[in-house]
Structures are given as C-alpha cells and as structure tokens.
Design a protein around this ligand. Sequence first.
Ligand code: ADP
Ligand code: DP6
Length: 332
Amino acid sequence: MYVGKARAYTNIALIKYWGKKDEHLIIPMNSSLSLTLDAFYTETSVYFDETLTEDIFFLDGKKQDPKQTAKISNFLDLVRQQQNLSLFAKVDSRNFVPTAAGLASSASGLAALASACSTALDLQLTETELSRLARRGSGSACRSIFGGFAEWQKGDSDQNSFAQPIPSDKWEEELAMLFVLVDDGVKDISSRDGMKRTVETSSFYSGWLENVEPDLVTAKQAIKEKDFNKLGQVTEANGLRMHGTTLAAVPPFTYWSPESLKVMQLVRAVRKQGLPCYFTMDAGPNVKILVEKKNLAALKNFLADHFSEQQLISAFAGPGIERIPVERSEEL
Ligand code: ADP
Ligand code: DP6
C-alpha cells in the first residue's frame, strides 16, 4: 500500500482565472493572481492498495456518488499513467470549507489531492511540478501550492502553465480578507461550467480578455509598492468585469444574489466614510472583502448591524501546501 496525506489552503483570486484555452490540459485564457488564506482548507489522504477493485472517494465521511468519484478517478489516472501504476485508490478528504459554494473548495481540494498522491508515490516533485499537477485537477488549485500571493502564468502548454509565489516582502501579513457568507449551499452552475459557457457564448468575453493582463500588471505593481488602494481598486474592478461576462452568456446567468448586492453596497458606503476596503466574488453569491488588518475590526463592526457573527469570517494570509504524517489508526 502507498499512503500520503496533505493539507492545502484555499486561495481567492484578486485577478481572476476565467476561461480555458485547453479544457483537457486546463490551460487558461489568462494569467491570474491570488492570495492563499488561512481560514479555509482541505485535508486529504490517499491510499493506493492492491485489495481495492475500484477507486473510492469519501468527502467529509460520506461516500461520493459515481459522478464525483469519476472526477477523482480522472485525476488519479493521470498520476497512474505517469507512474505506470495500476492500483486503485481510496481518497478520504475533509473540507474545512463549504463545498462548491464559491469559497474555492476545488482549489484546496485538488491541491491537497495532488500533494497526497505525490507523497504516497514518492514522486519527489518540485513545487513547480506539483503546481502543474494540481492544475490538471482544477485550475485554481495550482495557486494553492504556495502561501501568500501567487501568480498563475497562463503559459501555452502543460510544461509552462503553473503558479509561482510573488515576492511581497511579507506585505500580505498586513492584510485580511473578510468573508461575508450569504449562502453556503451548493451553487447551480459550477465554475467549470460557468466559464465554459461564457467563453463559448458571451459577447462580453473579448472585453474581459482585453483588460485582464493590464489588471495583472497593476496588481503586481501595487504589491511591489505596498499600495493597498491600488490593489483594492484593481481587485474590485477585475471581479466586476468577470461577473459582467456572465450576463451576456447564452443563456445568461449570474452568481449574484440580492444579498451579494447588499454587501457590495455596504462596502461602498463604508469606503465613503473613509475606511478603505474592496470586494471580490467568485463563482457563488458570497462576498470577500479585502481590508488592511488594522481596519478589520472597524469593518466587522460596521457589518455587524446587517449580518450575524457566523456570517462574518476573518481570514489572513495562509501557508502553502503541508504534508501530514498518516497515523497508523487512519490506515485503510
Ligand atoms: P468552489 O467554489 O467550492 O471551488 P467549484 O464548483 O469550483 O466550487 O468546485 C467544486 C467541486 O470541487 C466539487 O464539486 C468537487 O468536484 C471538487 N472538490 C471540492 N472539494 C474537494 C475535495 N476535498 N477533494 C476533491 N475534490 C473536491
Ligand atoms: C471564479 O479552478 O474551480 O474562482 O479549472 O474548471 O476546476 P476549473 O475551475 P476553478 O475556477 C475558479 C474560478 C474562479 C476564479 C479564480 O479562482 O481565479
């Protein structure tokens, strides 16, 4: 039996990945930039074992249906092919993040799976190679290999499409992200389906592509200059443009709910009062607010009139991938 276990933290994109050039290899249409966070993460164990007659996938203690298991098997096939291995595996994963709610469970989930496989089979991968492997499971997962700020350079082949850390002089330690959970249920349209429909049908998609690379340059400049307002402004603008593309898709759709709009309006209102903070959203109705640590308490205070304590979750910059020893009692 070959066993490996890993923990990966979610990352939230400040400059979004939205659209694939190659769906099989997961090569994106544009580069993206993210912040890995400490509040949400996944722990995954993988056991390749000769007694198994099929792959089995447990998520949060529940055996997953054939459709979810097939996604995992596809990823395992990739590793098995590379290693010339024919063993089936049991994957046992725990999400310390709501699943498929726009809170990046696919990023932490697939990064943890990639790392657990790499440990189990002693693949001895560099971080770049691990990022490339995680990318094949879910694009955003390639950024969760790294802590702090990471940039996924789109590349144009399997070899040169991977994430790497952005030098930041530890500026991220001065930042926070406040999650406003308006709905932690499973969304109707996954990121994968949403971006595919947008690339194929949205007349606004070309506008997205025109702006995203300049946005990335601005964001990197802001990190270099430690300019919070510059980073916040480009984060908010980029997120809005991504969500704009979905409105012109056929059929059109949106990840926003009335509650999401309420949060966006509140962010603008508190900013007018002199508290700098900026929102972003992913493929789901929950809103994330980028704020300096020193202003987090004031922001929470302001939002406390509108949302419960359980709805407001503070996150700070988190670490990269972590290998975890497997306890004997946990073994298959
Ligand atoms: P999210 O916003 O949570 O990332 P997505 O729709 O992008 O939502 O991705 C959700 C999908 O990611 C799930 O349906 C599942 O296929 C996969 N996923 C989530 N958590 C895990 C996990 N711990 N291990 C493996 N796959 C996972
Ligand atoms: C809106 O990485 O979940 O969160 O590559 O198809 O698995 P797949 O998609 P995924 O998409 C993330 C989209 C996003 C933006 C981002 O994280 O950059």
